[in-house]
Design a protein around this ligand. Structure first.
Ligand SMILES: *Cc1c(COP(=O)(O)O)cnc(C)c1O
Length: 822
């Protein structure tokens, strides 16, 4: 659907302004996701971390002509044929426009909120109802203040049912989302602890969420939850309730009992005095509750119980995330098994585009037929072809009947089409893939996991799973604590604290990290090779690596006269002037750096040369995490402050100053100055015990064998420990060669398996170790967590008297890193 820009101006209440003509079909809040500039309206949203007004010049350069802003900059005066719609709050303007769009439809709209399960319930409802309706729904979990309006904007003339989720993290947010979604059917999934820190009580959070349903016709929720029930009463929502209960036979939907049987669960229920049952192919509690929510919605929509049970048995798990894996022949595979519809294709292509820094890799898309869009195949594939064109795909593999029929609309130079996944696999063309960045995007019924299986390189079943969303969350978390003027240096030394420097840097570069720091030149060179253009500091440069430093634009830390003199000589020999360096001052750590007493001599040398220019003066804190040494830390801060002033005055040009590491940022924010250096916090560990970080890395392995071992037997090398009871012992595929510290043996360390802890028994072997799983429900092949969300690195470190840094950086290179992203 298109709106004229004039119409949009009037919706936003803008009067008396000259407006050039234009038709808008796309709303944009993230300048990196630009696709069709002429049809785009950009909302310059200001947040604590960012002010999007700064991207407007670039967007203008790319052809965007319509902007919603809160202020006007003089440099935009020269722009021609451009509309600036000036409002007081761009986010509210976006919401207002989406709310107007929403009002154009009188169709059922399902609004979902709750603490967990929103996305699953939304996706399952989609799976269950897609035969009956043309559904528009939030892509992935677009449920925020900006995500919701962007989702609602996707409703078109063809939409006959819409499903949106809304999430809030702070009081007062829901009142802005309610008019945007204006659900006719409200669903409350589950109430949990997430985002509790910003609310005074569970009840307050619950009532705040329920604001979404004040205008809906029906409200679906679980009656047995006391807080939800009380909140519904207090908000006078109970009159229109359609609640379900396991205890109250008078509830509109009474769940008589649930029965688990093998890998399915049967739910017996009463509805309008009749008794029915449905089965779902899941047995976990969360899935059962989510299925009951879906059941209630289906019953409310008058779907026949027989149809419901047919469809429920076919429910499929929802892949919540995209993952990136190493493929054979130097390919990288982006695996997106999420439902294949236009929205999710756009998102996946964006993600691939965002990784275009891998210039050396050819961009390949393997895509199946797209099901259930309500569009005629001809116009559907024309649209897909446009998206494919815009995102610079170089090679296309289309799989399915419809895409074959429409193969001519694709303008990609190299294209191949197959009727089925089996045809593609039989063709053997996949064996020729080499140096490609392959996006796998198929509707569920095409079973692209078979293709993934063929392309993926499998080395070792022990993997380190790195959650890139959590990384970005932590990055933004620290960014929101520092002032917008302070530059954030992200430490990616030691292979990004073990998580993989290249992937980490690519992700953070995309999120506009100001600087990276590595320990040695080789690490910086590797990043440059992979397309990282962000400035990089090398902390411990050596004299014989200068050539590469200069040619790769790496900025060295200079910490003594030997390095300084050698570097000056090299720069002068090459005729280089003003090469950026960072001066390290030793303020008490006594590791590297000039002592304060050496500063006069240092200044003399610096003033007598032209090769180098000091970009920053910095120091490193020795005990920033420990309150016992706070006066020492303060002294270090004072010393660098004085040193910086002296150096700046004598050099006669501005020089930046920095000292804070992660714990420093957490505890000495007044010393943030020009830059801060974020290390371990980025990877999810707070040295000072701060709440709000997300776990980034999960070390996972699998059970190879389970045996019942009788009392008094010993387990493992050296017969270190005799069992004091009969025990169930599992052997898992990780040993000290993978980075599992040998000190974790003999019950010092533990792992997390199927929701329980299991101690490591006996000595850790090179490639394996044994765990005691007596009383734990587990089978061979089950996944075992060595550290992760439920077993924090900090705890693992404490169990063997070390620090999280060592645990993270000891993981051997043979452990495959897998990157996941929602
Ligand atoms: C490693 C390092 C940091 C980061 O320290 P964290 O405690 O991980 O935040 C900062 N500055 C320097 C010089 C470092 O070597």
């Amino acid at each position: 659907m298109k709106y004229s820009i004039l119409k949009i101006a009037s919706i936003l209440g803008i009067k008396n302004q000259n407006i050039a003509e234009g038709e808008i079909s796309l709303l944009l809040t993230d300048s990196r996701k630009l696709s069709s500039p002429q049809e785009t309206l950009f909302f310059a949203i200001e947040t604590k971390q960012n002010d999007a007004h700064k991207f407007i010049s670039d967007l203008y350069g790319s052809g965007v002509r319509n902007f919603v802003v809160t202020k006007l900059f003089p440099e935009w005066k020269s722009f021609t044929d451009v509309n600036f719609l000036k409002v007081t709050n761009t986010l509210h303007a976006l919401q207002k426009l989406a709310a107007y769009h929403r009002k154009q439809f009188s169709i059922p709209v399902i609004g979902i909120t709750g603490s967990n399960g929103k996305t699953i319930v939304k996706e399952w409802l989609y799976q269950l109802l897609e035969e009956d309706y043309n559904i528009t729904r939030s892509p992935r979990s677009y449920n925020s203040q900006t995500g919701v309006p962007l989702s609602v904007w996707e409703m078109t003339e063809n939409t006959t049912l819409a499903i949106f989720e809304a999430g809030i993290s702070q009081p007062d947010e829901m009142k802005y989302l309610e008019p945007v979604i204006r659900p006719t059917i409200g669903v409350f999934t589950k109430l949990g602890e997430a985002h509790q820190e910003n609310f005074s009580s569970q009840q307050q959070k619950c009532m705040e969420k329920m604001e979404l349903f004040v205008n809906s016709n029906v409200f679906i929720y679980e009656e047995d939850n006391k807080i939800i029930n009380q909140s519904a009463d207090r908000m006078v929502l109970s009159q229109k309730s359609f609640c379900w209960s396991r205890k109250d036979p008078d509830a509109p939907l009474y769940i008589r009992k649930t029965e688990k049987n093998g890998n399915k669960t049967t739910i017996h229920y009463s509805f309008l005095n009749f008794e029915y049952s449905v089965s779902i192919p899941f047995t976990d509690e969360a899935s059962i509750e989510n299925a009951i929510s879906c059941l209630a919605v289906m019953l409310y929509l008058n779907v026949k119980p027989g149809t419901i049970s047919e469809r429920m048995m076919k429910l499929e798990p929802v892949a919540m995330r995209l993952d990136v894996r190493q493929g054979k022949n130097n390919c990288t595979i982006i695996n997106d098994t999420y439902n294949s519809d236009i929205n999710s294709i756009k998102i996946a292509l964006d993600f691939q585009q965002q990784r275009k820094v891998e210039q050396s890799l050819k961009k390949t898309l393997i895509i199946s037929d797209i099901l259930q869009t309500g569009l005629l195949p001809k116009s559907l594939y024309k649209h897909v072809a446009e998206l494919v064109q815009q995102s610079g795909i170089e090679k296309l593999i289309g799989i399915g009947h419809d895409i074959c029929e429409n193969s001519e609309v694709f303008t990609v130079r190299e294209k191949h089409f197959f009727r089925s996944t089996e045809d593609f696999i039989r063709s053997n063309t996949w064996k020729e893939f080499e140096n490609e960045l392959i996006l796998l995007k198929g509707a569920r019924r095409y079973h692209f996991e078979q293709i993934n299986e063929l392309l993926e390189q499998r080395i070792h079943e022990t993997v380190l799973e790195v959650d890139l969303d959590a990384l970005v969350h932590n990055f933004n978390f620290y960014k929101s604590r520092i002032s917008p003027q302070t530059k954030l240096i992200c430490m990616v030394k030691a292979n990004g604290y073990g998580a993989g420097a290249v992937e980490i840097a690519k992700t953070l570069q995309y999120h506009r990290c100001a600087y990276f720091a590595v320990a040695v030149a080789e690490e910086g060179i590797e990043l440059r090779k992979e397309g990282i253009s962000t400035p990089i500091i090398v902390l411990n440069p050596e004299v014989n690596g200068f050539e590469e430093l200069f040619s790769k634009d790496l900025e060295p830390e200079v910490y003594n006269f030997r390095i300084l003199d050698a570097f000056i000589r090299e720069a002068e020999r090459r005729g280089i002037t003003n090469y950026p360096i960072h001066l390290k001052i030793d303020t008490g750590m006594h590791r590297l750096g000039f002592l304060p007493a050496q500063i006069p001599e240092l200044l003399e040398r610096l003033k007598s040369q032209k090769g180098l220019k000091v970009k920053s003066v910095f120091s490193h804190l020795a005990a920033s995490e420990s309150w016992m040494f706070d006066s020492f830390t303060q002294e270090q801060i004072d010393i660098i402050d004085v040193a910086h002033r002296e150096i700046g005055e004598k050099l006669g040009y501005p020089v930046w100053k920095h000292i804070l590491n992660s714990a420093g940022i957490e505890r000495f924010i007044n010393a943030q100055w020009d830059m801060v250096r974020l290390g371990i916090g980025l990877y999810g560990v707070s040295a000072s015990g701060l709440n709000g970080l997300k776990n980034v890395s999960t070390l996972k392995t699998t059970i190879l064998q389970i045996q019942e071992i009788p009392n008094h037997e010993t387990v493992g090398y050296g017969r270190k420990e005799a069992l004091n009871r009969d025990a169930k012992i599992a052997t898992i595929r990780i040993g000290y060669a993978d980075g599992l510290d040998r000190k974790s043996g003999n019950r010092k360390g533990k792992v997390w398996i199927n929701g329980k802890y299991a101690p490591i028994v006996g000595n850790v072997c090179m490639d394996l170790c044994m765990i005691d799983i007596t009383g734990i429900d587990a089978k061979e092949g089950d996944s075992v967590i060595v550290f992760g969300e439920n077993l924090p690195v900090l705890e693992v470190a404490e169990s063997i008297d070390t620090i999280p840094y060592e645990i993270l950086t000891s993981i051997s290179p043979r452990v495959k890193r897998i990157y996941v992203k929602e």
